[in-house]
Ligand binder design. Structure first.
Ligand SMILES: *Cc1c(COP(=O)(O)O)cnc(C)c1O
Length: 362
């Protein structure tokens, strides 16, 4: 498929070619039903089976214990920024936030609309270049939960471990690194992730919620914004994003066939190393944005020391078949998002392009 680009988009992002081809094959006639998955009732046996199987695959791949529910919701991770405090920030308590960059700040902004918040760790003084140390977190009295962002998509930083928050539920936005590494789910009260980075297309948001947190939303919280609604109805309270869930199903099967999340983690580390190694050996021509210990294998952020060369880098890269290398408009610079579905070959080609660009302009 030589007409496929080297896709480093931050989100929506690359999907496995095998998955796209499989969807293409099943597009007009899903499983012999004589119609596409998009054209059938979400109350049909076929869709119910798909919904159940996709939940089961999530459970299997992430080793999710029985006392958690897996939900498929809409509204993106951005809706979870509000749903989390609407459901969990109750009884006049305080929500503790870890401030690590653009997405953590947006999550905090929503929580502030709903109740009292406290910032319990921040890397703002470091310009969000590193993840703060969470080993000795001091939480406010009666904290409702601790919220963290496992991977900051825009800054290119990632937590390498997760804190023990004791009896206070840990909530994590994992939109840009879910399914990229094994997790100890039992450390978390709630995990959420928009699908369009590592799980599938946009339109569905996965929520993994511990059963005891799924009840207890105040009565005034609207039906669609309550976790208990979706738990009770197995994510079928209203019409779900059926095609997106179907695509997530195919992506999860692809991950399973690759050997699961441990194998994916290893592959991701090798892919990211190709690009970080070129940054590190460039003698200062390229400068990584994140401190080495917080580097994300998902979003590789860097600058060219001579920033005036950055537009040329983007322009030349596009001519060579690369897309998505311009940094987020809020921080500038360059960014390569090397999610699960980005092939090793694309990362190798990018490292080679970077070396070549450096030789020509260094
Ligand atoms: C992309 C992203 C979001 C926003 O997701 P939407 O689905 O667009 O609402 C939130 N958090 C992180 C970490 C992200 O990468």
């Amino acid at each position: 498929m030589s007409d496929r680009r080297h896709n480093f988009n931050a989100g929506p992002a690359a999907l496995p070619l095998e998955v796209l081809q499989q969807a293409q094959e099943q597009f007009v006639n899903y499983g012999g039903a004589g119609m596409s998955i998009m054209e059938m009732s979400h109350r049909s046996g076929i869709y119910e089976q798909l919904n159940n199987e996709t939940q089961a695959l999530m459970r299997e791949l992430l080793n999710i214990p029985d006392h958690y529910h897996v939900l498929f919701l809409q509204g993106g991770a951005s809706t979870q920024f509000a749903m989390v405090p609407l459901n969990l920030l109750t009884g006049g308590r305080v929500a503790a936030y870890v401030e690590t960059g653009s997405w953590a700040s947006k999550a905090l902004k929503e929580a502030k609309l709903i109740g009292e918040t406290a910032i319990v760790a921040t890397s703002k003084p470091d310009e969000y270049r590193r993840m703060p140390d969470l080993t000795n977190l001091v939480l406010p009295e009666g904290a409702a939960y601790v919220h963290m962002t496992s991977n900051e998509t825009i800054q290119g930083t990632q937590f390498k471990s997760f804190p023990d928050t004791g009896s206070v539920p840990l909530v994590a936005d994992m939109s840009s690194d879910i399914m990229s590494r094994p997790l100890d789910i039992s450390k978390f009260g709630l995990i959420y992730a928009g699908a369009q980075k590592n799980l599938g297309p946009s339109g569905v948001t996965v929520v993994i919620i511990r059963d005891d947190l799924a009840s207890g939303a105040p009565e005034h919280v609207p039906t669609m914004l309550r976790y208990d609604t979706h738990v009770k109805n197995e994510s079928l309270y209203n019409t779900p994003p059926t095609f997106s869930v179907y695509m997530v199903n195919l992506v999860l099967k692809w991950i399973k066939a690759k050997g699961g999340v441990a194998a994916i983690e290893k592959a991701n580390a090798e892919k990211a190393a190709l690009i970080y190694d070129e940054i590190d050996r460039s003698g200062g021509f390229y400068r990584g944005f994140a401190h080495p210990e917080s580097r994300s294998p998902m979003n590789i952020t860097f600058r060219i020391a001579d920033e005036a060369l950055e537009p040329l880098f983007v322009k030349e890269s596009e001519k060579e078949g690369f897309v998505g290398l311009k940094g987020h408009r809020s921080v500038g610079g360059l960014r390569a998002s090397a999610y699960n579905a980005v092939p090793y070959e694309s990362c190798k080609a990018l490292a080679e392009f970077m070396a070549d660009f450096r030789r020509r302009h260094g």
